[in-house]
Design a protein around this ligand. Structure first.
Ligand SMILES: NC(=O)c1ccc[n+]([C@@H]2O[C@H](COP(=O)([O-])OP(=O)(O)OC[C@H]3O[C@@H](n4cnc5c(N)ncnc54)[C@H](O)[C@@H]3O)[C@@H](O)[C@H]2O)c1
Length: 440
């Protein structure tokens, strides 16, 4: 099949390359000329494990262009994978979807199927169908919904081995074409209406966000009552009805999906007069959770003015260079606001972080450099380089070894009897120096 993917970002590019991997001829179209130039030169513009290898291996089946006519004119299926960011009121911004739709309406041939992979509010695909019907006259374009469930950091594996592929369409013929497109993946396919497919995506992300916020609230209560959230989550996770995934307590979720998708679903529900209270709670708990490391830091060292904070990890999770809505943005700007100096380390996300938060941060080439001379260390991403540290690494390099582990990377027992004070989420702190004051 001839497939064009509109938008060569985290979702569009991975989708395009994986569709080439199962034998389709794929054109990736993006309005970002720099991205397309890199891809034409055989370079991946994003960090995603395994993607550059697949890009090389499928070079003969992949084309990259910024020209909408070349991209859309003879495609059997056009997959829309452009961004759908958040509006200031929490609703979903569809301007990129409609910009892509505009060019598609102009250049696509009659009979082309337009599959919306971007996460869009329930009802968008039906509206898009009306838009095409009105705009294209004789030419008939058919809209389908094909939401994406991949996670950044494991996007290639998630696409090639997805738990399910959801196809929403208004008629059997459209559904059939999309089924043939994805069948070579050999994965379970769920076929639904347009609206249900859109709802499956929002409901899935919101449920996962809810699970994270739930365990984070339980973690905070664990600290008060003296329980250990790791044991609690393990004990809960054995129950197949609950499941062990997404029960890791921490400083909250970030990234380009959970924050905006929960807010968009809440906005839709409120707009429909049926505000989803559980989703609202998940959002509020998450916002508060991001500031927990700061509260812990202040509780131990008081005023942070003039202190040097080592921040380990800027990406919203390991395996990606994405910092969109990452807890690091909030933590670092708050540290700076409170007068602390920040020396940060991340193996891949420093550049994107600096672009997202232009501020006086010293970016370090390695973990040891970030820890050197620091008064406190805040761990925000559980990269392997962080998990492999020992208490002695903190002790040797920091001025005052206080570690606030926002991702529960270490067993607290390892810090007992060392010179490191270790605070984590939902577990008893290990306090190894006498009460600190600012003068230490
Ligand atoms: N990132 C994820 O983990 C993930 C997972 C599932 C679903 N999604 C959804 O997929 C969609 C894309 O997310 P992303 O993270 O890949 O975004 P992204 O910002 O990485 O990529 C979007 C791309 O679209 C391009 N673009 C914008 N307007 C365009 C146009 N008119 N024509 C062609 N290209 C255009 C941009 O230049 C950019 O390269 C969003 O709706 C998101 O919610 C994302």
């Amino acid at each position: 099949m001839k497939i064009t993917v509109s938008g060569a970002g985290y979702v569009g590019l991975v989708t395009g390359i994986c569709l080439a991997q199962i034998g389709h001829d794929v054109t990736c179209m993006d309005v970002d000329g720099e991205k397309i130039r890199m891809l034409q030169g055989g370079k991946c513009p994003i960090y995603e494990p395994g993607l550059d290898t697949l890009l090389r291996e499928n070079a003969t089946r992949l084309r990259f262009t910024t020209d909408p006519q070349t991209a859309y004119a003879d495609a059997d299926v056009i997959v829309i994978g452009v961004g759908t960011p958040e509006m200031p009121d929490g609703s979903c911004d569809l301007r990129y979807v409609y910009a892509a739709a505009d060019s598609i309406a102009r250049f696509a041939q009659s009979g082309t199927i337009v599959a919306v992979k971007s996460t869009v509010p329930i009802g968008t695909c039906e509206q898009l169908q009306t838009y095409f019907n009105e705009k294209t006259g004789e030419k008939h374009l058919r809209v389908a919904s094909n939401p994406e469930f991949l996670s950044q950091g494991t996007a290639v594996q998630d696409t090639l081995h997805a738990s399910r592929i959801v196809i929403g369409a208004a008629d059997e013929e459209t559904r059939g074409v999309l089924r043939r497109m994805v069948e070579p993946f050999g994965l379970p396919i769920v076929e639904t209406s347009l609206c249900s497919a859109e709802m499956i995506k929002y409901a899935s992300n919101s449920f996962l966000a809810l699970k994270i916020s739930f365990i984070n609230e339980i973690a905070n209560l664990c600290e008060t009552v003296g329980a250990d959230v790791t044991d609690v989550a393990q004990g809960m996770g054995y129950d197949a009805r609950i499941g062990g995934q997404f029960l890791r307590a921490g400083v909250g979720y970030g990234g380009s999906c959970f924050p905006k998708d929960t807010k968009a679903l809440y906005w839709i529900s409120a707009h429909e007069g049926q505000a989803l209270r559980t989703v609202r709670a998940a959002i509020d708990v998450n916002e508060a959770q991001k500031l927990l490391p700061l509260q812990k830091a202040r509780a131990v060292c008081g005023d942070l003015r003039g202190k040097t904070a080592a921040v380990l990890g800027l990406a919203f999770k390991p395996g990606t260079d994405d910092v969109r809505d990452a807890p690091s943005l909030k933590v670092v700007s708050e540290l700076l606001k409170q007068g602390a100096r920040v020396q940060a380390w991340d193996p891949v996300a420093a550049e994107r972080f600096a672009a997202a938060l232009p501020a006086e941060v010293r970016y370090c080439a390695d973990v040891a450099d970030a820890l050197r001379g620091a008064d406190l260390c805040i761990i925000l991403t559980e990269w392997d380089e962080v998990r492999s540290l020992t208490p002695q690494d903190f002790e040797r390099t920091m001025r005052i070894p206080l570690v606030i582990d926002g991702r529960n990377c270490f067993d607290p027992k390892r810090f007992v009897g060392t010179g490191v004070t270790y605070e984590s989420i939902g577990r008893r702190p290990v306090r190894n120096h006498a009460e600190r004051t600012d003068e230490q």
